[in-house]
Ligand binder design. Structure first.
Ligand code: SAM
Length: 377
């Protein structure tokens, strides 16, 4: 009798606490001595970036943001890359610059600036952030005279998968899990998508995609976007081998949200099965993304989780399945120069075997964000 009474009145453990307990067990092993700092950062206020809307009065907005001491971290990285190139050119000998090795992670820029590097940094995407350690917040964006909003607030680390995708003029791009639409909007800011297919299985969330399109994108550009709500896992069968670039930004344990918010938390007891099935769903979505890409097409897989099971393991299994079940060879593209280029803005983990991982840190409280680029042979 006592037990029964206890059972019915026992306080339910809040989902964020369950999440934290789970992360303490797994991430302390994975990140070792880095985990306490990452943990504290995830429990503190997240930092945002302001993605500049090139379809509104971008110059004026840029000036306003610069007056607040915010800087565009993408052009800042491009400027550094140029400095590096100049110093590398002196006497034909490569001089060591402040960009190299200072993160202590052994990364260096390639000896020749790679086409990927040049292209990803010459993209039109601009995202303003406050400097490291500055925790100022951006005001909500204002509409311009035509009612178009001037910037979109997002985790600045979310831009890295988009930059890694390196959209080229007239590329056909698929955003397989697109809602609510931050990365879709960043893809459109490149001005390069020949066509953008934005898909999300959730009909209610695709409404948010339309809302972003209507608030940020003029009609003539909206017309180059098709919004669908298919189960992304079926995409390969629906429209296989058609896209130059595919973004697979999968549902995951959304670690930061899970330790902070009770609502819609995947660590709720009743969502245990769904959570355990995530790596399988992620693998199926990545496979569909690979099949949707043309030969030589490129796929970026991303999550906002620190979990190896949802990150590198999914990528490894997808490469294996592509080869053994579909006879498709998939290569991993090296993105380690991102670590060097963006080290002033983000804190990167140097221990990923495949792909790159942004770690939350109190002085640069973005992420987590994992991204890995694959190229279909
Ligand atoms: N890329 C989005 C952005 O930048 O705003 C965030 C995507 S969110 C991490 C993952 C999305 O995957 C959710 O909107 C969810 O509805 C969607 N999703 C879940 N299962 C899916 C499936 N089977 N097919 C397509 N989308 C799915």
């Amino acid at each position: 009798l006592y037990k029964k009474k206890w059972a019915t009145t026992a306080p339910r453990i809040p989902a964020p606490r369950l999440a934290l307990h789970h992360f303490d067990t797994t991430y302390s092993l994975q990140l070792q001595e880095l985990w306490p700092a990452v943990r504290s950062a995830m429990l503190c206020e997240q930092k945002y970036g302001a993605l500049l809307n090139n379809f509104a009065c971008a110059d004026l907005t840029a000036q306003r943001l610069e007056l607040l001491s915010a800087t565009d971290f993408v052009s800042e990285a491009a400027r550094r890359a140029r400095c590096w190139q100049e110093s590398a050119g002196v006497g034909g000998e490569r001089r060591k610059t402040s960009l190299e090795g200072s993160g202590g992670d052994g990364t260096t820029l390639p000896t020749e600036t790679s086409p990927l590097l040049r292209a990803s940094l010459s993209s039109n995407v601009k995202c303003y952030t406050f400097p490291r350690g500055d925790i100022s917040r951006f005001h909500p964006a204002r509409p311009d005279s035509l009612g178009i909003l001037s910037y979109y607030l997002m985790d600045a680390a979310s831009l890295l998968p988009v930059l890694a995708l390196n959209v080229q003029p007239d590329d056909f791009v698929l955003d397989l899990c697109a809602a609510p639409g931050g990365k879709m909007l960043a893809l459109l800011q490149t001005g390069a998508c020949g066509h953008l297919a934005a898909n999300d299985v959730s009909i209610s969330r695709t409404k948010r995609l339309y809302h972003i399109l209507n608030s940020y994108v003029p009609k003539e550009v909206r017309e180059t976007v098709s919004v669908t709500s298919h189960d992304g896992r079926d995409w390969g069968e629906l429209q296989g081998g058609t896209f130059h670039k595919v973004l697979v930004d999968v549902p995951c344990t959304t670690d930061r949200h899970s330790v902070m918010e009770e609502e819609n938390n995947i660590f709720h007891k009743m969502r245990t099965k769904e959570r355990q099935m995530l790596p399988m769903l992620q693998l199926q979505l990545l496979m569909a993304g690979i099949l949707a890409a043309k030969p030589e097409g490129e796929v970026v897989y991303s999550t906002c989780s620190l979990s190896q099971l949802q990150n590198e393991h999914v990528v490894e299994r997808a490469i294996d399945i592509a080869e053994t079940q579909f006879g498709i060879t998939v290569h991993i593209e090296d993105l380690s120069h991102f670590r060097t280029l963006f080290q002033d803005t983000f804190c990167f983990f140097s221990g990923c075997r495949l792909g790159e991982l942004v770690l939350p840190h109190l002085t640069a409280n973005f992420g987590p964000m994992y991204f890995c680029k694959l190229r279909r042979a």
